[in-house]
Unconditional design. Structure first.
Length: 281
């Protein structure tokens, strides 16, 4: 049996709760967990775009699908309490930088207060054994250095989105040290990844979907920063990391906590222009 099968088998027959399961990464995660035999419940707003991965996969027919807003603390807590999950993956968020300038209050209320609501619901649910709390690689204070950020580097954010993710990290740290560390059978960790690409992403203001829409409409592709470098990664790469981390937290709850970065090695970083050349052949 491969390492992949070894760490995925822990989810078979287990109850897994996912926030943000109607989104790009969330729908992939829900699909994968269902495929390996987990009992999956998702909690999220309806899909943000007319064409979306969640509907294409018909996930509403395959998992327990709950439409809800993580800012509704009572409904979220009641839903988790009734389901009694063993694993929790938190992905629900306002996940884009530019919309955070248009609606900073909504961004902070979702990414900070909504995340605190999730943490508090987990605090009150004794069945939870493993919590993977997804934020973003933009949670670090951007000091424009040439090397990658480490998990111990300073948190911060110039734009509301980045700042909200840094604040969500601080909230997690508080809950972890105040409540989760004293639960001997529970492991909790936060994960930071970014520049995720792959099939099923129809979000607005993201490089690949924007380019595909331009091609479909016969319009020129416009790049804001063609020479900017990004740590691109296929969606299945961070998701495999989230799943492995969740399994480790379940088996060894006090050995795998804290913060984890997920991304490619430094020699795999490519510019926006190089990515588009590869996309367009």
């Amino acid at each position: 049996m491969s390492n992949l099968q070894n760490y995925l088998k822990v989810f078979s027959g287990r109850r897994v709760f996912i926030t943000g399961h109607t989104g790009f990464k969330g729908s992939w995660l829900a699909f994968l967990l269902k495929e390996v035999g987990a009992e999956v419940m998702g909690f999220a707003l309806p899909p943000a775009t007319k064409t979306n991965h969640f509907d294409l996969l018909r996930l509403d027919k395959k998992i327990k699908h709950v439409v809800g807003d993580i800012r509704d603390s009572l409904f979220l807590a009641e839903t988790i309490d009734k389901f009694q999950p063993e694993f929790v993956f938190h992905l629900a968020a306002q996940a884009l930088v530019r919309p955070s300038y248009d609606d900073p209050v909504g961004t902070f209320s979702t990414n900070v207060i909504g995340s605190v609501n999730l943490l508090d619901a987990v605090r009150r649910c004794a069945s939870v054994r493993s919590l993977v709390y997804i934020t973003s690689d933009k949670c670090y204070e951007n000091v424009e250095w040439i090397w990658g950020y480490r998990e111990v580097d300073q948190l911060g954010g110039r734009d509301p989105y980045s700042a909200s993710k840094a604040a969500a990290e601080i909230a997690f740290s508080s809950y972890d040290r105040s409540f989760f560390e004293v639960r001997p059978l529970m492991g909790a960790a936060t994960t930071r990844a970014g520049n995720v690409i792959g099939g099923g992403d129809w979000a607005v203001d993201r490089i690949i979907p924007d380019c595909i829409r331009a091609i479909e409409m016969g319009e020129p592709i416009r790049l804001r920063n063609p020479l900017a470098t990004r740590p691109w990664q296929h969606v299945l790469e961070p998701l495999s990391g989230y799943l492995l981390l969740a399994a480790k937290l379940y088996d060894e709850p006090k050995s795998w906590g804290g913060a984890w970065n997920f991304g490619p090695t430094s020699n795999e970083v490519r510019t926006v222009k190089m990515l588009l050349k590869r996309l367009c052949g």
